[in-house]
Design a protein around this ligand. Sequence first.
Ligand code: B12
Length: 155
Amino acid sequence: MRTGPSTNGSRTTALRTVILGVAASDAHAVANHLIARTLRDRGYHVVNLGVNTSVAEFVEACAEHPDAEAVIIGSLNGHAHEDLRELPAIRAAGLITCPVILGGNLSVGSHKSPRDLERLFTLGVDVVLEDAAELPGTLDRLRSSASQLSSTRAS
Ligand code: B12
């Protein structure tokens, strides 16, 4: 298991950190394991909180890993909105400041309406993905927008 920065002789190479977990009521583990594995293989430090992770546990992980580039939340049982109901207050309090990415099967039933997505964005989710394969590209895009924003602020 790779859980810390990689070391190379006396030098330590900082890895890109992400916080990963499955929403509070959700016990589907397979995609979570595959995502953790894929991101670790790509060199990420993945703090994987696993299944049944509450919003409070994501907050604790963010406090422990202030360098995290994103919080990545999976949900398959259809109860993402209910599981993330505390997110607006948490975001308003500044307890999760990095982007929140949500993915999986995000509402009950096979028909997904634009309103289902809108409700998730209203909670403070930044990115909704259907396919876990979109994660690496999404993380790169978010990182590059964040660095453009900080260089604009610095100048
Ligand atoms: C295996 C399974 C279970 C197992 C889980 C075992 C385990 N330890 O993981 C068990 C039997 C426990 C289970 C239980 C339940 N399940 Co179930 N389960 C499945 C099943 C068959 C496969 C899910 C899976 O692992 N897929 C493998 C992953 C890799 O593929 P995937 O899910 O398609 O994921 C892709 C995308 O969704 C996306 N993705 C997935 N997660 C994430 C995360 C992020 C961050 C991102 C970006 C993308 C992403 O990327 C993946 C690759 O493209 C699906 C049906 C199906 N064929 O998909 C139902 C399914 C997910 N289950 C379902 C349901 C309803 C339940 C139960 C509520 C059933 C019940 N009445 O008890 C419970 C809920 C348990 C809980 N508390 O969460 C429904 C959800 C329906 C909905 N959302 O409307 C499904 C879709 C079945 C169905 N057609 O009704 N389940």
